[in-house]
Design a binder for this molecule. Structure first.
Ligand SMILES: Nc1nc2c(ncn2[C@@H]2O[C@H](COP(=O)(O)OP(=O)(O)OP(=O)(O)O)[C@@H](O)[C@H]2O)c(=O)[nH]1
Ligand SMILES: [Mg+2]
Ligand SMILES: [Zn+2]
Length: 337
């Protein structure tokens, strides 16, 4: 079997390098599924690789080596055009790349639950930080009394200019897929992010036209999902789009994303140019334009608080990185002695 890798988003000439080129379509426990010109293969991902090397993720282009003892190994990860990254949910302050080489991020929200603006802001920062196009997909619009208009208004307020697409994929229905398909487009890689139970896998299946991915009922009391999807998986649509389904995440930690943060809080950034101090954090500083706007009702205090919390998160990240760097230098000196 021979596969044209341009169908998986490869553009241009085949790169120089050792081994076979392929794209990672799934990663689990140290092994990956990789699509190569000769078909889909399974390769060892990280167990034999040094910690310093880039850990391969779904969406990566890689070279494979055939090791006589270990079998297929990922020998190198090609330079990424971009990544969708968050702060690793573990204790350490490190980056976790969710998906690499992404053209579009779809933030998927189910209309059977509330959409706290703070959650949307976090997803937006992560999505915009990738540099990919961003849209919000509201699912379950077929359910009786779905608050499509209210939630669309929330999205428009938090994310001006971001397309909002509503779909209804309940049994016996299926509307709104056209605009989603139009965003996907041929050869483009589209990552779906959202809470468990929001309907990411259901949407992928609807676009595929078959029940390929597992989906799970939500809890009836509070519409929470059951974390049905456990790995990030890239699937190809018949008409050429590449979708990456991901496990649900309730809240997302932001990572190294000052610019995207400023974009999400553009209104606040603009106001702050009129603060007396250029490094004003809009707390107790005198002549703060943001505090003044809160006082006369032009700005929502909670939105300011959320901005400050996210900024503090990025500050903490940078501090920890600097500490780590200092310690790293110390170690190296120590070893040399
Ligand atoms: N009525 C209706 N139900 C939907 C729609 N989309 C998803 N659902 C239901 O919502 C539940 C959760 O869907 P999933 O696709 O498993 O959600 P998920 O986002 O993939 O969840 P995780 O894999 O846990 O992250 C399932 O029972 C789906 O049938 C929709 O548009 N309308
Ligand atoms: Mg799923
Ligand atoms: Zn200020």
């Amino acid at each position: 079997m021979s596969i044209d890798l341009s169908a998986y988003g490869w553009s241009g000439d085949l790169p120089d390098g050792d081994g076979r080129l392929g794209r990672i379509v799934r990663v689990d426990r140290g092994e990956c599924d990789v699509v190569t010109a000769d078909g889909r293969v399974r390769a060892l991902s990280d167990s034999q690789r040094s910690q310093d090397l880039t850990a391969p993720v779904t969406g990566d282009w890689v070279f494979l080596d055939d090791d006589p003892e270990l079998g297929l190994l990922i020998s190198s990860v090609l330079e990424r055009s971009n990544t969708v990254s968050r702060r690793d949910p573990s204790e350490q302050v490190v980056e976790q790349v969710l998906v690499a080489n992404v053209d579009v991020v779809l933030i998927v929200h189910g209309l059977d639950r509330p959409l706290p603006p703070g959650r949307l802001e976090r997803f937006l920062v992560v999505a915009w930080d990738s540099g990919a196009e961003v849209a919000v997909v509201l699912t379950k619009a077929d359910k009786r009394g779905s608050p499509v208009d209210d939630v669309s208004a929330t999205v428009a307020a938090v994310a001006p200019g971001v397309p909002v697409l509503a779909v209804g994929l309940g049994a016996g229905t299926g509307f709104g897929l056209g605009p989603v398909l139009a965003m996907v487009g041929e050869g483009r890689t589209v990552a779906l992010l959202g809470e468990s139970g929001s309907g990411k896998s259901t949407l992928v299946n609807a676009l595929l036209g078959e029940e390929r991915l597992e989906t799970g009922e939500v809890r009836s009391a509070d519409s929470r999902g059951r974390h049905t999807t456990v790995s990030r998986e890239l699937v190809r649509l018949a008409d050429g789009g590449l979708l990456v389904d991901t496990p649900g995440i309730r809240s997302i930690g932001i990572w190294d994303s000052e610019e995207a943060l400023d974009r999400v809080f553009g209104d606040l950034e603009e106001l702050s140019t009129a603060c007396r101090y250029s490094d004003c954090v809009h707390d107790t500083e005198p002549d703060c334009a943001v505090t003044a706007a809160v006082a006369d009702g032009r700005m929502d205090r909670r939105r300011v608080d959320r901005y400050r919390a996210l900024s503090a998160e990025l500050d903490e990240q940078h501090q920890r990185e600097q500490e780590r760097e200092r310690r790293g230098r110390g170690d190296r000196r120590g070893r040399r002695r």
